[in-house]
Write a protein that binds this ligand. Structure first.
Ligand SMILES: Nc1ncnc2c1ncn2[C@@H]1O[C@H](COP(=O)(O)OP(=O)(O)OP(=O)(O)O)[C@@H](O)[C@H]1O
Length: 651
């Protein structure tokens, strides 16, 4: 006995304490090779019985055994395999997947069973030939007639060589001539040894079957056999073998891709919308990077890379947190170096020579006067090897009784001061010194202008002499360590930091700015991240709609043996692909914008301010895919939970 049903009862819950008993105790046996028609009034319980036999509905009492195995004893994995291998479903409304070709519709249960492409195509073509559709392989269902569609559905049901074919009104939607052809096909399937159970309202279909079982009010009221079937007549050994495989990850992505393609415009629009967030994040990070590069470039342009400037950390800069020291720190008088500190610094490996420097900073006392017009020069400092000639914009470096002023200050005067004698006033250890000096030249003021501070430079010897003249002992408060190579300079810089000294003021200022830029960049990127949240919701909504639209398709796939996991994978796969598409659009737009912004800005400052890196692209892609996939989890789990029986009832 292939199928044994004992005392099968099924009730539907209508409300909390109200249920409807659809099957009231069915006892029946079916054998291989039988063509059975189940007939009965509408609502008598025929479809309910079919769903139970097909294990689409597991909520019943009693026994349904196939090959002496009770469905109730199977775990969910075995149930999925049972649906995939033992049962083939044919529906009244064909239930083909509209965006799949004939061949794809037929091979779908092989794909779900993890059968490789070559074998499944061979099987499908053989069966499609048998049902007379070998010339329609690449057509979509809407290009077929009703009879052809039902043939495809029958081919699909047969491809895994099931033992039982369940057909719910297979001819219900067909005209009488086509019905006869389909019936003949079904008959031939039973003749080959399969158990075919059909629900029908048609007298002629019932008349053509071997056995007619009438159901009324949830009970079998009549069971007429016209043909005696020998239980042992059929060798039920499967010709194709049981499939133990499952839907591969690649195939689930392929199915997801098909789904996605079907709703091209919608998915493209969502991806476009979502890509704005990804684009902004990538662009913001790249902009921050570009500006930082620009700043560093500016800093380094006028600085001799072989020279390491050393100052002593002031108290306030020591105590302030590392992130953003107060720029006013630099207005404090710098501490001078003792002889032992100087020798400690000279002893650092790779230091070739040591140069002394001094700077004095004051917001009010340091100034230059020319033609009675005075300008505050916040810092008077000594020139050193740290300054390169490229920093000079006009004239020369100062020597003897000369002073180098910054371009900005020079421009404040009606005529250029280069070569002119000016009066310089500045405070040296609390003593105000006034001295007439010749302006040797001007330098690019990019460094100082960062914090709107200006500096003027004199020779260290001049400062020493002025100190002596005024009985002031001048100790250096800046030490320049000269290294032989840039690499050496880096190791010297590290050693200086390790000893607890600070670097140059401009470097420290640059670091503060770099930190500020990083913080601002991160904040901006985070703000752009909010749009990612919006895209996540968009993707969630779109996929949710997709689940609702595909409910029937989900039911069909489940009836063909798709596991809940497979359904979840297909929808998560779709979310993943939307994420990839979003990333593609986002990164491409960021690239285009980078080009546009850089072209425009380069004309103004001569530098590419947007500097995209592979790292940012990876961040963008990963973010997009992760956000999208996470957004897809909920719709995917809803899809997995769809009840196949209810789903199949959908129109
Ligand atoms: N989900 C459900 N909830 C409550 N009652 C249900 C549900 N599904 C079916 N029923 C009831 O169970 C009974 C049997 O339904 P079933 O669909 O099996 O009938 P049927 O014989 O196939 O009818 P038809 O020939 O019209 O398709 C009907 O009275 C129906 O109202």
């Amino acid at each position: 006995m292939l199928l044994k049903i004992r005392n099968l009862k099924k009730s539907y819950k209508i409300s909390k304490d109200n249920e409807f008993i659809a099957l009231k105790g069915i006892d029946v046996d079916f054998s291989s090779g039988e063509l059975v028609s189940i007939i009965g009034e509408s609502g008598s319980g025929k479809s309910t019985l079919m769903n139970l036999i097909g294990a689409l509905d597991l909520d019943y009492t009693g026994e349904i055994s196939v090959d002496d195995v009770d469905i109730k004893t199977m775990n969910s994995h075995q149930i999925d395999n049972y649906r995939k291998d033992k049962i083939g479903f044919v529906f009244q409304s064909f239930n083909l997947i509209p965006h799949y070709t004939v061949l794809e519709n037929v091979t779908i249960s092989c794909i779900l069973a993890g059968i490789d492409k070559k074998e499944r195509d061979e099987r499908a073509k053989a069966i499609l030939k048998k049902v007379g559709l070998e010339n329609h392989l690449s057509k979509k269902p809407n290009q077929l007639s009703g009879g052809q569609m039902q043939r495809v559905a029958i081919a699909r049901a047969l491809i895994n060589d099931p033992e039982i074919l369940l057909a719910d009104e297979p001819t219900g939607a067909l005209d009488s001539e086509t019905s006869e052809q389909i019936l003949a096909l079904i008959k031939s399937i039973a003749d080959e040894g399969k158990l075919v159970i059909m629900v029908t309202h048609s007298q002629s279909v019932a008349a053509a079957s071997d056995r007619v079982v009438r159901i009324a009010d949830g009970l079998i009221v009549e069971d007429i056999s016209k043909k005696e079937v020998q239980p042992e007549q059929w060798n039920n050994a499967k010709t194709q073998g049981h499939s133990k495989g499952k839907l591969s990850f690649f195939n689930s992505l392929k199915m997801a891709f098909k789904n996605m393609k079907e709703k091209k415009t919608r998915n493209l629009l969502v991806s476009f919308g979502s890509s704005i967030g990804i684009m902004s994040v990538v662009l913001m990070l790249s902009l921050g990077n570009g500006i930082t590069n620009y700043m560093n470039n500016m800093m380094q342009e006028f600085v001799n890379p072989l020279v390491v400037e050393v100052t002593k950390p002031t108290e306030s800069s020591q105590s302030s947190s590392s992130l953003a020291p107060d720029p006013s720190t630099f207005l404090n008088e710098k501490e001078v170096f003792t002889q032992s500190e100087i020798s400690e610094l000279s002893d650092i490996a790779n230091v070739e020579s040591v140069e002394y420097g001094f700077s004095t900073t004051s917001m009010n006392d340091n100034k230059i006067v020319y033609n009675d017009e005075e300008q505050v020069v916040t810092t008077i400092a000594t020139v050193s090897q740290a300054m390169t000639n490229s920093s000079i914009s006009s004239g020369t470096m100062p020597s003897g009784n000369e002073i180098l002023i910054d371009e900005g200050t020079n421009e404040k005067y009606a005529e250029s001061l280069v070569g002119k004698v000016i009066t310089v006033e500045f405070k040296l250890n609390d003593t105000l010194i006034t001295k007439e000096l010749t302006v040797s030249g001007t330098y690019h003021s990019s460094n100082g202008s960062i914090a709107n501070l200006s500096s003027a430079y004199v020779d260290y010897d001049l400062l020493t002499k002025l100190a002596q003249d005024n009985d002031i002992s001048l100790e250096p408060n800046t030490i320049y360590l000269v290294a032989a190579s840039e690499d050496d300079a880096q190791s010297v810089k590290q050693a200086v930091t390790d000893l607890g000294y600070s670097g140059s003021q401009s470097e420290t200022i640059a670091n503060i700015f770099n930190d500020m830029i990083s913080t601002v960049t991160l904040v901006l990127a985070a703000v752009s991240g909010i749009s990612l949240f919006v895209s996540a919701i968009m993707i969630l909504v779109v996929l949710y709609i997709s689940v609702v639209e595909r409910t029937k398709e989900i039911g069909v796939l489940r009836s063909l043996g798709a596991r809940k996991k497979d359904i979840r994978r297909i929808f998560t796969g779709e979310a993943f692909l939307i994420g990839l598409l979003t990333a593609l659009i986002g990164v491409t737009s960021a690239f285009i914008l980078q080009f546009v912004i850089n072209t425009v800005v380069a004309q103004i400052i001569g530098y590419d301010v947007v500097a995209m890196t592979v790292q940012y692209i990876i961040i963008g892609v990963v973010m997009s895919v992760v956000v999208s996939t996470i957004a897809g989890l909920y719709p995917a789990s809803r899809a997995a939970k769809v009840d196949p029986v209810i789903a199949l009832k959908r129109d």
